[in-house]
Design a protein around this ligand. Structure first.
Ligand code: MOS
Length: 766
């Protein structure tokens, strides 16, 4: 008996009749939960998949954007006359061009900026744009535009931005909104009750999403109708934004994003480049392709904000937490964003006395955007190291300390029950599979090379939910078409969706054709982000397939003259449960043959009320540190994840390994470097900005899915995975290094320069 079957026996989940409209939980599955190669694997690896970057249209022009070279400057004059006359130039756009005076980053009716703003508040802000016959002619034309700038004093550091007399990024000063605070219990008396207290300040520099495919769009007009191919996480939100800024009906805007080469949150926001491509295309009456050079992607398309975090945690001798005091300062660049990080510190463990304070400041740098679990990896880096340090001081095993403080409710508004919380199981099963006890007890080595193991835990907040609408069509030959609006941002969305159709209808996987991510031809879905694509959209896919089956069974019931409730669909055959010789093949259902198609529409139902659903995770790693060079090498990594039911084990594991890889980058290799004297980014390329490679990740990586369906949450029992997979990674590495050396690294990146420096300072060299 598998664990899943055992769970269902314990949970006594009744089997849902196949003819029912609202599907109950799956009791058994045949395809869902297995390991399936992506349905579009061939297209992706052969290069035949057309990403927006690959779109090439007849008569297409190439767009390019002129950007401000200063960290803070007023644009006094733009002279495009020479550029207009350059060979191949077909259009030049500035803020005074017709229809280009567009407000950008508005809040409560106030525009913080415009599409081309005369005040450029960071390096790389848009000043003008051109469209030319070739990309080279476009680049030449940019150089022919004469701009008179008045450079202004700037501030790029979060602490400096708070200082009196700091240059103001906006009129109202450098603090974004009000600092947000949270308080429960009495923190002072909690610390008074503590036997052990740890306190430390941690820093995490700015990280860039750095997706493989650059940001960009192709825009084409047919009369009043605009079609945009966009590398985006959500075609419907781009359609919505374009309709607003171009003052057009949504119906006249088609946004297509069949493939896209990664976003990690940086492609949730509609880009200025998309609007600029549309305006250039309208001005020239030609299609325009506008993709950003890599350097611009680094400077202007988002980042994970830099944070400075001070954590103080107190506990009783037995490990029971008594108080948490958490303060976070984050710099979000020049336009509104929330660089807060405190959520996980407030709710990961049971603690009666908690105080958090998050402050976000403006700086003269590229604006932050969501990046894989916004705020959470920064929090884990600080808070999960504090918990580890506490375990050290208490002389307790770090896994034991965490297990002692599991909360059985979400500590929000006095306590809200979880639909499911398997954090303790993540820690236990992860520790067992990793061989934690033995590895922790093993000698660290006495020579220059030391070994250590570390653990860190996490949860994630966005559970997913409605709306999502999906249509499944079954054709007369038994093949099917699945129509959904969700973008597959590289995670395998199309594949699990097809697997659900196969599960419910028996149509072979390769005979499920998928239409997706096209505002003109597919159903509405919210953007793929927040680790919510699976839990938001998979119940809608299932509901659509189940609706097709219900209609099909009704047709067969009429034909076979048996009650609908007596019929079941198996491998494209409809069979009577009471008399199995009464059956009909799907292709022999007369009404289907006459009608040609059965169409089922499925909707994502509401989430349950009065409960909270979070995915949980625990990650474990082993490192080897060379104290002479400061190099920390990852030997082993293990992710134990409670993300509800696993739909596709292959892409599930891929998410775990991909999340860990990004966490390795956050913890060990990545940091945006701004020049103090100029405010310009010094490492806006893949040579100087180090994303991790195959040589940086552990050669031995293990995914341990708990695979326990959260059937109280939705009809597929799924929770999110993409973001939880990256949250605890860096903290687990830091904790392993602390175990190996006794040295705690408070700042990312944990690289040889920093580690060798710390070791030398501690007199532990060699
Ligand atoms: Mo994610 S940061 O919601 O793509």
């Amino acid at each position: 008996m598998t664990e899943r079957e055992a769970y269902h026996l314990r949970g006594a989940v009744p089997e849902t009749p196949q003819g029912a409209t609202e599907p109950g939980p799956w009791t058994t599955t045949r395809v869902v939960g297995t390991r399936q190669t992506r349905v579009d694997a061939y297209e992706r690896v052969s290069g035949s998949a057309v990403y927006p970057y690959d779109v090439s249209l007849p008569d297409m022009l190439f767009g390019a954007i002129l950007r401000c070279p200063h960290a803070n400057a007023m644009v006094r004059r733009v002279d495009t006359s020479a550029a207009q006359k350059m060979p191949g130039v077909r259009g030049v756009l500035t803020g005074s061009s017709p229809g280009a005076d567009i407000p950008w980053y508005e809040r409560e009716g106030t525009a913080y900026s415009r599409l081309f703003d005369p005040h450029c508040r960071h390096e790389g802000e848009e000043v003008a744009a051109v469209a030319a016959e070739t990309p080279y002619q476009a680049a030449d034309a940019l150089r022919a535009i004469v701009v008179e700038y008045e450079p202004l004093p700037f501030v790029i550091d979060d602490q400096a931005a708070l200082a009196a007399g700091a240059p103001k990024v906006h009129e109202g000063g450098n603090v974004v909104g009000q600092p947000s605070t949270r308080e429960r219990g009495d923190v002072e008396s909690g610390f008074a009750d503590a036997d052990v207290v740890v306190e430390r300040t941690y820093q995490t520099p700015c990280e860039i999403q750095a997706p493989m495919e650059p940001h960009g769009s192709v825009a084409k007009w047919d009369g009043a109708r605009l079609t945009v191919w966009d590398s985006t996480q959500g075609v419907f939100s781009v359609q919505d934004d374009l309709a607003r800024v171009l003052k057009m009906p949504m119906a006249n805007i088609r946004v297509i994003g069949h493939y896209m080469g990664g976003g990690f949150g940086a492609k949730l926001e509609t880009g200025k480049y998309t609007v600029i491509a549309a305006l250039l295309a309208r001005m020239t009456a030609r299609p325009v392709k506008l993709f950003l050079p890599r350097g611009d992607c680094f400077r202007v398309t988002g980042n994970r904000p830099a944070n400075t975090i001070t954590v103080k945690v107190g506990a009783k001798r037995d490990g029971t937490l008594t108080a948490i005091d958490y303060t976070s300062l984050g710099s979000n660049g020049a336009y509104p964003y929330n660089a807060g990080t405190s959520t996980m510190a407030a709710y990961l463990y049971r603690c009666p006395n908690v105080r958090t304070r998050d402050t976000t400041v403006y700086t003269n740098a590229g604006k932050a955007r969501p990046m894989r679990a916004p705020g959470f990896p920064q929090c884990a880096w600080a808070f999960e190291q504090a918990i580890d340090e506490l375990a050290d001081k208490l002389g307790m095993d770090p896994v034991e300390l965490r297990l002692r403080n599991i909360s059985d409710v979400a500590q929000i508004r006095g306590g809200i029950p979880f639909t499911n919380n398997l954090l303790a199981e993540c820690l236990r099963q992860g520790a067992d599979a990793f061989g934690w006890k033995a590895a922790r007890a093993r000698t660290k080595g006495s020579g220059p090379v030391r070994r250590g193991v570390g653990v860190a835990a996490a949860f994630w907040v966005y559970p997913g939910g409605p709306p999502s609408t999906v249509i499944v069509k079954l054709f007369a030959d038994g093949s099917a078409n699945l129509n959904m609006g969700a973008s597959d941002i590289g995670t395998g969305t199309k594949t699990w969706a097809a697997m659900i159709v196969t599960e419910e209808l028996g149509v072979p996987l390769e005979q499920v054709q998928i239409e997706h991510a096209d505002t003109a031809t597919t159903q509405y879905a919210t953007p793929s982000g927040g680790s919510k694509t699976v839990p938001s959209d998979s119940p809608a896919v299932r509901a659509a397939a189940v609706e097709v089956r219900r209609q099909l069974l009704a047709m067969a019931a009429e034909q076979l003259k048996v009650p609908l409730g007596d019929l079941e669909l198996h491998d494209l055959e409809i069979i009577s449960r009471s008399s199995p010789s009464t059956k009909v093949a799907v292709t022999a259902v007369q009404k289907l043959q006459r009608q040609g198609v059965v169409v089922g529409t499925g909707y994502r139902g509401p989430n349950p009320e009065g409960t909270i659903t979070w995915p949980f995770a625990a990650q474990f790693c082993e490192v080897e540190v060379d104290t002479r060079t400061g190099e920390a090498r990852l030997l082993r990594f293990l992710g134990a994840h409670d993300s509800g039911r696993v739909l596709n084990r292959l892409t599930f594991d891929n998410q775990v390994f991909g999340g860990i890889t990004m966490g390795v980058g956050f913890g060990m290799t990545e940091a945006r470097v701004l020049d103090r004297r100029t405010g310009k980014m010094l490492n806006a390329n893949f040579h100087d900005y180090k994303v991790p490679t195959m040589l940086d990740v552990a050669p031995d990586q293990t995914s341990v899915p708990l695979d326990r369906p959260d059937d109280a949450f939705n009809t597929t029992g799924t929770k999110g995975l993409g973001e939880p997979a990256t949250i605890p990674t860096a903290a687990a590495i830091a904790n392993a290094v602390a175990h190996a050396l006794g040295t705690r690294v408070a700042d990312t990146p944990l690289n040889p320069t920093q580690l060798a420096g710390l070791e030398a300072a501690a007199g532990k060299e060699g």
